[in-house]
Design a protein. Structure first.
Length: 105
């Protein structure tokens, strides 16, 4: 398959999630992907990032046009994504877990 060949995926219909429609995969480039970082009161650091796998534009099966928001007329986009969560524990918490490995006392 050449890189210029149109790619299509099946996605939930934007107005009826019980139906599925074809959607054209659109090319994109990543401008910026930052981690969100949260420090808990015990010093644990939680890092979260959302990564987009592909972006597509759903196609109306009746007209063959891209589906638009009926209120605004703007095109609808479907994103296939995943979330990565990383937990970084302070040394004191890991040591406590090691001490309690035998189970509750």
């Amino acid at each position: 398959m050449s890189s210029d060949e149109e790619r299509v995926v099946i996605v939930p219909h934007p107005r009826d999630p019980n139906k599925r429609v074809r959607a054209k995969v659109v090319k994109f480039r990543i401008l910026k992907e930052d981690w969100n970082e949260y420090e808990l009161e015990d010093g644990t650091l939680i890092r979260v990032i959302l990564n987009v796998n592909h972006i597509s534009m759903p196609i109306d099966p009746e007209t063959g046009d891209f589906i638009k928001n009926p209120q605004t007329g703007e095109p609808v986009y479907n994103l296939n994504w995943n979330v990565r969560i990383v937990t970084l524990y302070p040394k004191k918490i890991l040591e406590e877990v090691e001490r309690n490995k035998g189970g509750p006392e």
